[in-house]
Design a binder for this molecule. Structure first.
Ligand SMILES: Nc1ncnc2c1ncn2[C@@H]1O[C@H](COP(=O)(O)OP(=O)(O)O)[C@@H](O)[C@H]1O
Ligand SMILES: [Mg+2]
Length: 257
């Protein structure tokens, strides 16, 4: 067996609502079905943290909660700063929820109003420290450019950008790829066009013009819609579903599993 020194980090980015979390879930299903890799999922979307429900693995505590508790304890001086700093690693490791197929860590939602920057900065450090225990790390990113511009997603090997068949999502993909060139050290980039139906020559044309390589096209999948309607976790979708098959083919090409 080949022993890897560093994990393969795959980030899934794109405009809001295009299917990032669905794609992350389907990739997790492909990788866990192969049983070859120790897999960590990171739900890095603080506004729509749906990954855990989609994969049926909900951690008891999020990074945001750890951070909020740390601030509370520092302010109320329940613990001195030194001992708090020493326990943070332990708390982060305990926040990784494990199942037999994969593990999941969640950035969580801030409890009060305010910005996600502090959690995002912490997340960058956390990704670096917890990833080394895994072979593959999948990061379901926040919509848009923020986490790439702020270098939260810095050490990424493969950047997958999801679009739908709207030109707006292609423009977002272009901006993400430009930011990623500046702020990340990705080795491979690829576009996944999701919810494809009808004629999409202009979308393909634009992506060609922007020199963004298309990895696959996922059609509108009735089975996904049915799962959505019934509120079922997407990880349980049939391996015969068209969306799973497309992602399987793509991931097989990238990871050779
Ligand atoms: N190929 C598809 N066919 C049908 N429904 C889809 C497809 N891809 C995504 N969806 C649905 O679109 C919605 C948004 O997907 P989601 O993965 O949550 O987007 P994002 O994470 O980018 O915000 C979900 O309800 C999802 O089930
Ligand atoms: Mg999402």
């Amino acid at each position: 067996m080949e022993l890897k020194k560093t994990p393969l980090i795959v980030a899934i980015a794109g405009k809001g609502g295009v299917g990032k979390t669905i794609v992350t879930t389907l990739i997790a299903k492909v990788i866990s079905t192969s049983c070859k890799y120790k897999l960590l999922l990171i739900d890095a979307d603080p506004t729509h943290p749906h990954l855990s429900q989609m994969v049926k693995l909900v951690p008891e505590i999020s990074l945001e909660k750890i951070r909020a508790d740390l601030i509370d304890n520092t302010i109320s001086k329940k613990e001195d700063f030194q001992s708090l700093a020493e326990t943070i690693d332990f708390k982060v490791y305990n926040a990784i929820k494990e199942s037999k197929d994969f593990s999941l860590f969640s950035i969580g939602q801030p409890e009060g109003p305010g910005c996600f920057c502090p959690s995002n900065m912490l997340l960058r450090k956390v990704i670096e420290s917890i990833s080394s225990d895994f072979d593959v790390v999948l990061i379901d990113c926040e919509a848009g450019l923020e986490q790439i511009n702020r270098m939260v997603i810095h050490s990424v090997d493969i950047l997958l950008i999801v679009t739908d068949i709207s030109l707006r999502s292609v423009e977002t993909a272009k901006s993400i790829s430009e930011s990623a060139k500046k702020f990340t050290n990705y080795k491979r980039i690829g576009i996944i066009i999701n919810r494809v139906k009808g004629e999409i020559a202009n979308i393909l044309g634009k992506l060609g013009e922007y020199e963004l390589p298309v990895l696959t096209l996922i059609p509108e999948d009735e089975l996904l819609t049915k799962f959505d309607l019934e509120g079922k976790p997407i990880i349980d979708i049939s391996e015969n579903s068209i969306s799973f098959q497309k992602i399987k083919e793509t991931i097989n090409n990238i990871l050779e599993i």
